[in-house]
Design a protein around this ligand. Structure first.
Ligand SMILES: Cc1cc2nc3c(=O)[nH]c(=O)nc-3n(C[C@H](O)[C@H](O)[C@H](O)COP(=O)(O)OP(=O)(O)OC[C@H]3O[C@@H](n4cnc5c(N)ncnc54)[C@H](O)[C@@H]3O)c2cc1C
Length: 505
C-alpha cells in the first residue's frame, strides 16, 4: 500500500509538499485553517529569486548573497541546493502558467532586490505570490480529482500523536462542526507559516497564530534562531496595523529620505553608495529606526520620480493599495514609512532534508528555520517555501516509515491563540533594538506555562542569551558581532523548563 501523509498548512510550502507526495503516488490529507487562496502566500508582492540571467548572474552568486545576508547562520549545503534549484523552479512555475513580467525579447524581467548584487527577482507585477499559488493550486487540483489529495480547509491543527518517540499522526479540529478528528499517517509535514500571532502588529496573515509551533515546542520538538525576526523597513500605518510597501518600490527606484529643513536628505544613498536604498533589510530597518529617533522626524519613501510606465507595468497593485488603504497616490506624494514585523527567520529546527528533531515529523516554509539565518533576502522566502515543501515531502516519501495506529496526545486544555498580554510583552521587548534590561523584564512578566507562554519564553530567552548583534538581532548593550562565541544557531528545547543552547551551524 502507498504511504499517507498529513500536511498542516495549505500555503505555498504545503501545496508544494502535497504535489510532491502525490506525484510520488502517495496520498495526502491537506489540513488548513482557511483555503489556500487565503493563505499568507497570496500576499507576497515583490517576487521570487533565481539566477535566470546566466550572462550576468549565476546560482553561485545567489548562494554568496544569501550566505552573506544570513550572517553565517545557515547550512551551506542547504542554501547551495536552494540556489541551484531556483532557476529550475522559476522555469517550472512559468510553464505552469505564472504570468511573470517579460521584456520585449520575451525573456523574464528581473528586478533588483535588497542585499543582492545582481538582478534576480522574477515577478508578476506586484501579485507574485497570488500568481504562483494559483498555478501550484491548479496542479494540486489534478491530484485531488484522482483522489490522492484530500483537502480539509476550515480545520485547525490541535495536536500530534506520538508513539515511542515517533510522530504517528495528528488531531485536527473542524471549525464548522466543532468536532475533533484523529488521523494516523506515515508522516506529518507542518507548513503552518510564521509566528505572527505572538505579536500585535505585523504585515502578514492573522491565520498564522503560531499555534502549531507552540504546540510542537511543548511536545519536545526543537526550535532554532527564534530571536531572528525580520522587520521590513517600509511598512505604513493602516488602521492600527502595518501595511507592507513592498521592496519592489525601492527595487524600481523608490528613495528613502527625511526632511532637513525644507531639503530632502537621502540618508541611505549618502551612507551606502553601492547598494543605496537596497541594503539588506536589517540594515535599512535600523537606519530608518535610528534616524527617526535621532532627528525626531518621519521617514518617507519617495516614488514621485518614477515614470507612469513603471507604475503601470510593475507597481500597479502597489499603487492601487496605497491609494485605497493609505489615501496617498505614490506618484504624487511620498509615503511615511517605519519598520514593521514581517518575517520569521527562526522556527522549527530542521536538517538539510527537512526532518525535525521528532522522527516522522517534517517542516517546510516560514514555520521552519532553514535558508535565511539571521536575515532573509527579499524574494528568497517564496523560493524557500516552494523548494522546502518539495524537499520535506521527498524526504518523507523516502523515509517510508510504517503506519502505526497508536499514539499519545497532550491531556491539557489548549488555548487556540496567544493571550493579549503575551503579545504586548513580545511586541515591546523584541523591537528593532533590544537590550538585557528590557528582555529580562519581559521574561519576568510571563508567569503562565501554557503552550504560547512557553514559546514566548523561548523567543525572549534566545534574544537574551545571544549577547551580540547579528543580522536582525541588534543589542544596544552588545552592538558588535561576536563570531568566536555566537557564529552559532540558537536552539530552544523544552523539557520541564525552556533551555537555550548555541550549536554549530
Ligand atoms: C505582505 C507580504 C509580502 C511578501 N512578499 C514576499 C515576496 O515578494 N517574496 C518573497 O519571497 N516572500 C514574500 N513574503 C513572505 C512570504 O509570503 C511567506 O514567507 C511565504 O508565503 C510563506 O509560505 P508558507 O507556505 O510557509 O506559509 P503561509 O502561506 O503563511 O501558509 C500557512 C498555512 O498554514 C495554515 N495554518 C496556520 N496555522 C494553522 C493551524 N493552527 N491549523 C491549521 N492550519 C494552519 C494557514 O491557514 C495557511 O494555509 C511576503 C510576506 C508578506 C506578509
Amino acid at each position: 500500500m502507498n504511504n499517507r501523509f498529513i500536511i498542516i498548512g495549505a500555503g505555498l510550502a504545503g501545496l508544494s509538499a502535497a504535489l510532491t507526495c502525490a506525484k510520488n503516488g502517495d496520498s495526502v490529507i491537506l489540513v488548513s485553517d482557511g483555503y489556500s487562496e487565503r493563505s499568507q502566500s497570496v500576499m507576497a508582492e515583490g517576487g521570487i529569486n533565481g539566477a535566470i540571467d546566466t550572462q550576468n548572474d549565476s546560482p553561485e552568486a545567489h548562494f554568496q548573497d544569501t550566505l552573506f545576508s544570513s550572517c553565517g547562520l545557515v547550512k551551506e549545503e542547504a542554501i547551495h541546493a536552494l540556489t541551484q534549484a531556483a532557476p529550475i523552479i522559476i522555469k517550472e512555475l512559468a510553464r505552469m502558467g505564472v504570468n511573470f513580467n517579460t521584456e520585449q525579447n520575451g525573456k523574464l524581467s528581473l528586478r533588483p532586490f535588497g542585499g543582492q548584487k545582481n538582478r534576480r527577482t522574477a515577478f508578476a507585477g506586484t501579485s507574485s505570490g497570488k500568481q504562483i499559488l494559483t498555478a501550484i493550486n491548479d496542479e494540486v487540483r489534478k491530484y485531488e480529482i484522482k483522489g490522492l489529495i484530500i483537502r480539509k480547509p476550515h480545520h485547525l491543527f490541535r495536536d500530534i500523536l506520538i508513539d515511542k518517540g515517533v510522530c504517528t499522526g495528528a488531531i485536527i479540529f473542524d471549525k464548522y462542526s466543532q468536532k475533533e478528528e484523529l488521523l494516523y499517517a506515515n508522516g506529518v509535514i507542518t507548513a503552518s507559516g510564521g509566528l505572527n500571532g505572538l505579536f500585535k502588529d505585523f504585515t502578514g496573515s492573522v491565520a498564522n497564530t503560531g499555534y502549531c509551533t507552540a504546540l510542537l515546542f511543548a511536545r519536545g520538538v526543537k526550535l532554532s534562531n527564534l530571536e531572528m525576526i525580520q522587520y521590513h523597513p517600509t511598512t505604513a500605518e493602516n488602521n492600527g496595523k502595518r501595511m507592507l510597501v513592498s521592496e519592489a518600490a525601492r527595487g524600481e527606484g523608490g528613495r528613502l529620505f527625511v526632511y532637513k529643513g525644507n531639503e530632502k536628505y537621502y540618508f541611505m544613498e549618502e551612507k551606502y553608495p553601492e547598494l543605496k536604498n537596497l541594503m539588506p533589510r536589517d540594515v535599512t530597518a535600523r537606519e530608518i529606526y535610528n534616524i527617526s529617533k535621532e532627528m525626531n522626524c518621519e521617514v518617507f519613501l519617495d516614488m514621485t520620480e518614477l515614470d507612469e510606465a513603471v507604475f503601470e507595468k510593475k507597481l500597479k497593485s502597489l499603487r492601487e493599495d496605497c491609494i485605497k488603504y493609505l489615501s496617498v497616490d505614490p506618484k504624487d506624494s511620498p509615503i511615511p514609512v517605519f519598520p514593521g514585523i514581517h518575517y520569521f527567520m527562526g522556527g522549527i529546527a530542521v536538517d538539510t532534508a527537512h526532518r525535525t528533531s521528532l522522527k516522522g515529523l517534517y517542516a517546510a516554509g516560514e514555520c521552519c528555520s532553514q535558508y535565511h539565518g539571521a536575515n532573509r533576502l527579499g524574494g528568497n522566502s517564496l523560493l524557500g517555501a516552494v523548494y522546502g515543501g518539495k524537499v520535506a515531502a521527498s524526504t518523507a516519501c523516502e523515509d517510508n516509515l510504517p503506519l502505526i495506529q497508536d499514539g499519545e496526545r497532550l491531556k491539557e486544555d489548549l488555548p487556540f491563540e496567544a493571550a493579549e498580554d503575551i503579545k504586548d510583552v513580545l511586541q515591546t521587548a523584541m523591537g528593532v533594538i533590544r537590550n538585557e534590561e528590557s528582555l529580562s523584564a519581559a521574561l519576568e512578566k510571563i508567569k503562565e506555562n501554557d503552550i504560547f507562554s512557553l514559546l514566548a519564553k523561548a523567543v525572549l530567552q534566545s534574544a537574551l542569551e545571544r549577547r551580540e548583534s547579528r543580522g536582525a538581532h541588534f543589542r544596544s548593550d552588545y552592538p558588535e558581532r561576536n563570531d568566536d562565541k555566537f557564529k552559532k544557531v540558537s536552539v530552544a528545547s523544552f523539557d520541564e523548563t525552556v533551555n537555550i543552547r548555541f550549536e554549530g551551524v
